[in-house]
Design a binder for this molecule. Structure first.
Ligand code: SAM
Length: 249
């Protein structure tokens, strides 16, 4: 079984920023909601991945978010990248709607990568890439759409932002980034209500939840246009942005 990744922490400015006590003060001061478990990511564990795959289809309301995501992928998209593909659920949905496109499915969990390779073995339009999103994206060419579901919240906030910038650079002009994501609640009470609504007794310590507004602001700062949240149920949100035409870049 792959070992869970729990990096040794030497105190740095960023680690201090991720300390929960400090974040509580920061939330009060900035009016934003953040929660994090610094440097823990259990997804390389086979057990963790299989446990998710067993319950993935039963996450409440996810089909609504997925259906909304499909509305924002450009009809003419020819190359689509899925970040943190897991068992290939989102990619399968998009592939059914864009059968003529080519796809890259990216994940770092050996169990997920093996699952993806088996699922898409007979489909030459899908390339499976094993890559840790904590590291800079590999060279993969240009995409018309970059999609992701419930994956990027496992990265520390600083890496979320730098990944969004790399996604912007990977996109063709007028390409779209659609992120169906787990975001933080505005209060501990709302967070507890979300966990109850999804019948979650053991919160994943790999989660590094960040509020929606900060992420929308980041996308705008990076250069995305038409940035908005198009669907939300409690802590599940579909937000998207478009890379402007080449003449406006
Ligand atoms: C909650 S699952 C979602 C899977 C799939 N997108 C779905 O919606 O069912 C999170 C996925 O993100 C992947 N993931 C988490 N951290 C990652 C990282 N640092 N690099 C690449 N993939 C990562 C996990 O391996 C897992 O497949």
């Amino acid at each position: 079984m792959a070992r869970p990744r729990i990096k040794a922490i030497t105190p740095t400015h960023n680690d201090f920023l991720l300390d929960s006590g400090f974040i509580a003060v920061l939330n009060l001061a900035m009016g934003s909601q953040m929660s994090s478990t610094p440097e823990v990511n259990l997804w390389p564990s086979t057990e963790h991945a299989l446990e998710y795959l067993r319950r993935a289809d039963s996450i409440p309301h996810r089909v609504e978010g997925e259906a909304t995501l499909l509305e924002f992928v450009p009809a003419e998209a020819r190359r689509i990248l899925d970040l943190g593909s897991g068992g290939g659920r989102l990619l399968s949905l998009v592939k059914a709607a864009w059968p003529g496109a080519s796809y890259v499915a990216l994940d770092f969990s050996p169990t997920m990568v093996e699952t993806l390779r088996k699922l898409f073995a007979a489909q030459s339009s899908v390339t499976v890439v094993a890559h840790d999103l904590d590291e800079k994206l590999p060279a993969m060419g240009q995409f018309d759409a970059v999609i992701s579901s419930f994956a990027i919240h496992h990265l520390v906030h600083e890496r979320k932002r730098s990944l969004y910038k790399e996604i912007f650079e990977l996109l063709a002009p007028q390409g779209v980034f659609c992120n169906l994501e787990h975001v933080s609640s505005r209060s501990p009470l709302l967070h507890a209500g979300f966990l109850e609504a999804i019948s979650c007794a053991d919160e994943d310590p790999s989660n590094k939840l960040l509020d929606l507004e900060t992420q929308l602001t980041w996308l705008r700062e990076i250069g995305f246009v038409d940035v908005d949240c198009h669907w939300k149920w409690r802590e599940l949100a579909l937000f998207a942005g478009v890379k402007p035409p080449a003449s406006q870049n």
